[in-house]
Design a protein around this ligand. Structure first.
Ligand code: PLP
Length: 397
């Protein structure tokens, strides 16, 4: 086969994506992350990021990082198990363990790598893993990498989860997002923990969208406050969303963390995050512990948005988190809405298959503590306008 044939296959695949309105490209941003983004010389109001507390360009954290770079330099030099594990990493791990109430925590370079590492370290080809159907791609990919059998239960459905668990012999781990990334709703955390206890297996809670925003002081939905950490509980949290920086951690028992250090290949065979990044995350955690005002403001904005959207007849999903998807159905409609919003200087996530199921394409609108009610009003009135305009020409979808 000539290499031209190889290229033709790729071309055909891209062509098909274009035909299906699934073609994607990066936006080019010329400003720091924040409430407003500069895109191609235009200023857009940003409802697309996961920077839920507006910390990604917080001046206090910018200062903290500059200072940390002066102290630690820019690179970590190697993996954690060689010579890349600095005091800054060590201190942050202790702070993160304390934050979620776990005996110990371990840093990973990204949440994607953390999930791959945990699943492939703890599960093998003779095991089964049970997951919510709407779990994040990294949890699904981790299960694949482990070689275990992957069983998926209907979204947040405790009955279905239980009956599938009872049908499998070698259940090793149950995994769930605690707040679902594309739907914004929550998982039945207590039920999952209970089932994992009954089945004597691990319970893995992915707190990517909860750390910093949900639970007391933003400690997440699977945090423990009385030092009674269940031996089988694993929390994964990301540091690039509400925490505003980058990276991730896994928290759990001493035995879990020691095992990950020896077995999680995405921990072992990769360069440690720069120590200055770790120090910046520490500074962010100090802000987050005392950010009840930001979380309160965000909660009020969410209520305000939902009331307004309901009044305007917009098709909201049942979410009370900062993730507020607007279900549109077809990819074509999502593209139409997102383009129309961009013309009105508003940016939202345009989420299409395969990220979500066929026929459930949506706008992923995210609110942050940096928004005001006036910003929400701008978004609401633009959406109403587009809705009316759309019913004027029936051929959009
Ligand atoms: C974003 C996300 C991840 C991956 O985290 P990164 O640090 O961005 O790699 C994992 N799980 C969920 C649910 C996420 O939303």
């Amino acid at each position: 086969m000539s290499f031209e044939r190889v290229e033709q296959t790729l071309q055909a695949d891209l062509h098909e994506r274009r035909q299906q309105q699934r073609y994607r490209s990066q936006l080019l941003v010329d400003s720091p992350q924040g409430r407003e983004l500069n895109l191609d010389g235009r200023c857009l109001l940003n409802f697309a990021s996961n920077d839920y507390l507006g910390l990604a360009s917080d001046p206090r954290l910018q200062q903290a990082m500059k200072k940390a770079v002066d102290q630690w330099g820019v690179g970590s030099g190697s993996a954690h198990l060689v010579c890349g594990h600095s005091r800054a990493h060590h201190v942050l791990e202790e702070e993160l363990a304390d934050f979620v109430g776990a005996p110990r925590a371990l840093l990973f370079s990204t949440g994607y790598m953390a999930n791959l590492g945990v699943l492939s370290a703890l599960c093998g080809r003779h095991d089964s893993i049970l997951q919510d159907r709407l779990n994040h791609a990294s949890l699904l990919d981790g299960a694949k990498l482990s070689g275990a059998k992957l069983l998926r239960y209907r979204h947040a459905d405790v009955e279905d989860m239980r009956s599938r668990a009872q049908q499998t012999k070698s259940l090793r781990l149950i995994a769930t997002d605690t707040i679902f990334s594309m739907d914004g709703d929550g998982a039945p955390v207590q039920h999952i923990q209970q089932l994992a206890d009954e089945q004597s297996c691990w319970a893995l809670f992915d707190e990517a969208h909860a750390i910093g925003v949900s639970g007391r002081q933003g400690r997440g939905l699977a945090c423990v406050s009385d030092k009674n950490w269940p031996q089988n509980r694993i929390v994964m949290g990301t540091l690039g969303k509400a925490v505003g920086v980058t990276g991730a951690f896994v928290a759990g028992s001493e035995l879990l963390i020691e095992s990950l250090i020896h077995k999680a290949r995405s921990y072992i065979y990769t360069t440690a995050m720069p120590p200055a990044v770790a120090a910046t995350v520490s500074a962010s955690l100090r802000i987050i512990r005392h950010a009840d005002d930001k979380r309160q403001h965000l909660a009020e904005l969410i209520q305000y948005w939902r009331a307004g959207a309901q009044q305007s007849g917009l098709n909201l999903l049942p979410s009370d988190s900062a993730i507020q998807p607007l279900l549109l159905g077809s990819s074509a409609r999502v593209r139409y809405y997102s383009r129309q919003l961009q013309q009105r200087a508003l940016l939202v996530g345009a989420i299409r298959p395969p990220t979500v199921a066929r026929g459930s394409a949506r706008l992923r609108i995210t609110l942050t503590a940096a928004h005001t009610k006036a910003h929400v009003d701008r978004l609401l009135s633009a959406l109403c306008e587009i809705q009316q305009q759309e019913s004027g020409h029936e051929n959009v979808a």
